[in-house]
Design a protein around this ligand. Structure first.
Ligand SMILES: Cc1ncc(COP(=O)(O)O)c(C=O)c1O
Length: 206
């Protein structure tokens, strides 16, 4: 599905709750779309010392103005959103986001692509991994539920170090259980036509 480094959790909600606090720093700014999935909003509530701002749906002009206004005060600026919105059925503005990623090196993007995992793009990698640049500043969460029909959540990261950080520092990775074995078996079987499930389990959490 993707050649990226992938960490998995028992659900996408648990995945966000591990990955977002592990990736976002105290000196970062988080800008989250008003219609981002509830599991993303809930995960940002775990960011104790980090400023979190809500932005109007897919408002890229406002996002650019905020980057220009706040970049000097923050190490990184995270835009958190859905890649394919669960309630509205629209896609994130990938083209505009790619332009902003190119223009502003402080911009990082974390997208929840639960809804296009497995049926969209090369080997079912989803819309975000198909349309955004394959760079470290782009993080994409996938779902092993929904149309993949197994269970769990996954996050595609650019380096083994980031994957290690999510497993080592993500709260739910430490106190919540892994994908249940029957559903893990289903995910691995379904992933036989892809690459990401095998990579996750051969070098990740045991
Ligand atoms: C976009 C999106 N993200 C996350 C979730 C939560 O997924 P899970 O049930 O795996 O926690 C959902 C659930 O419907 C969703 O639509």
């Amino acid at each position: 599905m993707t050649e990226r480094n992938v960490a998995v959790a028992a659900s996408t909600t648990l995945l966000h709750r591990a990955a977002i606090p592990a990736l976002v720093g105290d000196n970062d700014l988080v800008i989250i779309d008003q219609f981002a999935h509830a599991s993303l909003h809930m995960a940002t509530e775990l960011l104790g010392n980090t400023y979190v701002a809500r932005i109007r749906h897919s408002h890229m002009q406002k996002l650019e103005l905020m980057i220009q206004e706040f970049a000097h005060r923050h190490e990184r600026i995270w835009y958190i959103a859905d890649a394919l919105y669960s309630m509205r059925g629209d896609y994130a503005p990938f083209r505009e986001l790619s332009v902003l990623l190119d223009r502003y090196q402080k911009l990082h993007v974390y997208l929840d692509d639960a809804h296009s995992t497995s049926w969209y793009g090369e080997r079912g990698r989803g819309a975000a991994l198909s349309h955004l640049p394959n760079i470290e500043r782009v993080v994409v969460a996938l779902s092993l539920n929904k149309s993949l029909s197994a269970a769990g959540g996954a996050v595609a990261l650019s380096t083994p170090e980031l994957k290690k950080r999510v497993y080592a520092c993500g709260g739910t990775m430490l106190f919540s259980g892994p994908i249940q074995p029957p559903m893990l078996g289903a995910a691995v079987a379904l992933g036989e036509t892809t690459s990401f499930t095998r990579a996750s389990y051969s070098s990740g959490r045991s």
